[in-house]
Ligand binder design. Structure first.
Ligand code: SIN
Length: 295
């Protein structure tokens, strides 16, 4: 049976079926999945519980694995943000996202709170091209924990022409100070002047290296700064762009089931997560594909 691609009505995201992604892929299936990913930004594979080894093997068929964000932060900024209870046997290419506490220690990041809109790890110079998140345990949708994705191509396309002209060619800092849950990383608690914030310099409008399309590339809101502008003007411009970008019409929301794998293009899609009932367990593992320097 060939790969089937069923786009969601939201204009972002598609369900993929007709292939067992736990097995090595035929070249034609791999190419069809890759094309579907570039066309739809986010792919969902449903009913495929897998091991970390299968998850990594699937990811590797599309490129080189990237390290998890804690390792990337440690390599660029020399600070440790790794959760204390992370199990030693989990490889550094896997991120654990969880609210589960074992022996008094969090086994993963982000807890049970909201995660605000963000691009994964754009606080390093070369952010991952893709993130592939799989659900091992999750609350029912009525208890929260849904993840939404945002089409940053569409958000860019709809900007007024004068705004496009203004921001094309501008550079901003994607701050490394906070997690997507809004928690300050150790050592980055105090920022007195956002124009000096530690982070990566990124173009505000990014051209996708494979599709050639332009998208808004804002990283995350907290401590962001547009180079060359007085801080007040930078804040005003960022507020205006964020208000425009996070409109529901650009988004699709994933309600999780155990055995889902959701794969997004981190170069042109942002994501956020709803808070969920803290009495429930949620455990997700994520791989990432290495990216290229944003231009
Ligand atoms: C993330 O921000 O990558 C985590 C999303 C989630 O927990 O659903």
């Amino acid at each position: 049976m060939a790969v089937q691609v069923s786009p969601f009505a939201a204009g972002c995201g598609a369900q993929i079926s007709g292939v067992d992604i736990r097995e090595p892929l035929e070249a034609a299936d791999r190419d069809a999945i890759r094309k579907a990913w570039l066309d739809n930004l986010v792919l969902r594979f449903r009913g495929v519980p897998m091991t970390d080894a299968q998850h990594m093997a699937f990811t590797r068929q599309f490129g080189e694995l990237e390290f998890n964000p804690a390792k990337l932060i440690e390599m660029k900024y020399g600070v440790s943000t790794q959760t204390d209870g992370r199990k030693a046997e989990i490889p550094p290419e896997i991120s654990v996202i969880s609210n589960i506490i074992e022996d008094g220690k969090a086994i993963g990041g982000l807890g049970d709170g909201e995660a605000f809109w963000h691009t994964d790890s754009s606080f390093v110079d070369v952010p991952p091209a893709a993130s592939l998140l799989r659900s091992l345990e999750c609350p029912p949708p009525s208890a929260g924990g849904a993840t939404s994705f945002l089409n940053c191509y569409a958000a860019y396309d709809d900007l007024p022409a004068d705004t496009k002209k203004r921001i094309d060619g501008m550079t901003m800092i994607h701050a490394a100070t906070h997690s997507s849950g809004g928690k300050a990383h150790r050592g980055f608690e105090t920022v007195e002047d956002v124009s000096k914030v530690p982070g990566a310099r990124q173009p505000m409008v990014r051209t996708h290296p494979e599709t050639g399309k332009k998208s808004l590339f804002l990283g995350r809101r907290i401590n962001a700064y547009v180079l060359g502008l007085p801080v007040v003007e930078s804040e005003e411009l960022l507020d205006e762009l964020w208000d425009h970008m996070v409109q529901a019409k650009y988004t699709w929301t994933q309600e999780w089931q155990v055995g889902d794998l959701v794969w997004w293009d981190n170069r042109c899609a942002m994501h956020r997560r709803d808070a969920f009932d803290p009495s429930m367990r949620r455990l997700m593992h994520r791989t990432q594909l290495k990216g290229t320097r944003p231009v």
